[in-house]
Design a protein around this ligand. Sequence first.
Ligand SMILES: [Zn+2]
Length: 110
Amino acid sequence: MIVSKSDKKKIIKEIKIFGTKYKISEINFLEKEKGTAINYGETWVCHEKININKVAKGFDHKLATLLHEIFEVINEKLELELEHSNITRFETAVFAVLKENPEFVKLFLK
Ligand SMILES: [Zn+2]
């Protein structure tokens, strides 16, 4: 397997969402039953934990998964009751906009 440079980049260890720090871990998820989709991320809002599946291919996939889990936290904390498919749509859309606009992303840095 060829490992690109971006695959060696590490995801951050924690993220603050609305003042709460969530610990981020990269773990191997238990295999699900055959025929079910693989979970690339999971969020335990009550335990302030976000897990990213190590099998996620490449850094961008992990980053997109983390973004997805952030939307999961926002959805639960704000009781938005978004359907999961819409959380996934937000993940795809916001990830694309952020990736296509590095100059915009830089504006958030001091
Ligand atoms: Zn999800």
